[in-house]
Design a protein around this ligand. Sequence first.
Ligand code: SF4
Length: 630
Amino acid sequence: MSDGICGYTGRLLRVDLGRQAWSVEIIPDGVIRGYLGGRGFTAKYCYDEVPPGSDPVGPANKLIFAVGPLTGTRMPSSGRYAVGCRSPHTGAIIRSISGGGWGAMLRAAGFDILILEGIAPDWVYLSITDQGVTFHDARHLLGKLAEDTEAAIAHELGNPRAKSVVIGPAGEKLVTFACIQTERRSAARGGVGCVMGSKKVKGIAAFGAGKVKLFDQDRFDQMMKDHIKTNFKGTYYNRFHHLGTTAGIAHKHAIGIHPVKNFQRGFFEGISPLLVPGIDASGYKVKESGCWNCYMQCGSVFDVPDGTFKGRGYENPEYETMWSFGAHCLNADFAGLLAANRICDDFGVDSITAGNAVGFLMECYDRGYITKDDLNGVELTWGNVEAMVEVTRQIVTRGSRAGNWVADGGVRNAARVIGRDSADFAMHIKGLEFAAYDPRGLQAFGVGQATSNMGAHHQICYPVQELFGFPEQVDRFSTEDKGRHAVWSNRYIMIFDCAVACGFPNAFTESRLDFDSFPEWLYCATGLEAFHTKASLDAIYDRIWTVERAFNMRNGFTAADDTMPKRMLEEGMADGKSSGHVWHRQPLLEDYYRARRWDPTTGVPSRALLHDLDLDGIAADLAHDGILQD
Ligand code: SF4
């Protein structure tokens, strides 16, 4: 499709919502070579185009969608997209990634990047084809649930093959952690759906039939065929295909890093119904599901035939949501968990933040810091599944006083309102709620989380060394050399974020955590030597990381934000296989800053590092703002 670099359309679509106009730009070669795709593009354009101090829900914030050189190719699971902006939930930069097939369709329509800017005068949805953009009145879609919105747009366009990203009612109401949905998949974290709502965009349909030219199409196709042949129906496939990430609970609970009761404990006596045998025994599963062009099909669909949570077509929650509405709330009722997850999908919010917040409110209720008057009369006791589902509904609809506190900024904001010592156990970093891992039992993971540019994002530093002994065996409780391990983990996550492709069918395979194939695949797709070696890719990943860090620092974040709630720093884990441990901030932070070549005290990237990463312009910006001092 492009006459430029293979593997890219090379085109950026810019939509001015205020004027209801659009234009097409050529993506500079330097941006492609320097930032690869996906998260690299969202970071680059966020830094360049969203001025420091911009109101996240104001016209100056931009919503940037991007795909990568592997999106929409024959690589399995390559229908994904990345989306980034300044987060209304945290104030920091955010990137969120979603499954489904919309990313492939954006490419087929002829674009690698879509930037929404300004605010529409009234609610619209957009349709994008190779002919450009059409603006449609969306006022009649307001209040529709996410899936119904997708169906309505497809019907109105008369094109069942068009794919849409949409927001639910929570995005319309500017819930700060609203997500963007497509095909029951979510770009979940950090409030990208809130920003889309602030721009009065209910949905974006894309359709096209274009193909991106690859550098060596025959070899690429053969490599993909070989890859699938090796892995399809193998051991890992069989385990993952059955219930996806849900299957990971048993291991993580067994080693005491699956947090229980708002991180008060590391062991949950009642967890059995949430483990694979318990889910199988429920008899609720009716079929498998999954994303576009993925042989793994890691999703499942459940019908609950009777009881309080009777319903059909529940999508299986991911590992993190199984936790947030499970052990975190001391709940083992799988049907209730499915119902809470469904509310999040329908209304369009991040189910990790929502469940984390319900557990936080349970602890506040238990301590007498809030009462049922704050919850429309609901008695939010630990493990009360009906109360858990009802309060989830209150949050996504802004239907109670406590629901509003959470909707306006998650547990950080709720703790501000509730006061007393509630901030000590409001489980977030930089405003983004923890997911299903307790850093007291995973020290490298902890420093990756504390220093994350996006807060406690579960996809920023996945501790495979500490969890699986790969690529090195390490003591998960030790602080030694954990800066290096966390940086390694930061980098490998970037592969999927920038490529853009799902890690499960491509790296977590029979050959187990096979990240080394990616440079060859990227080279075959693009022909660029810059993507052909691990070392040159690492430099790109570090550039992206540094740009994000600079964006945050210019928005007021400092080393003081690289921390965790008091519970992690001072309360030893009460029980389980990580019992007695805390997370050791100071030595870990120093080691991480050293590994990153950041100032050991301020955490500011050094001038030498910025120069080596071709970021002298950012060095000048940081110096101008008084952040970088020689
Ligand atoms: S492995 Fe699962 S999440 Fe990943 S692309 Fe396939 S179906 Fe989607």
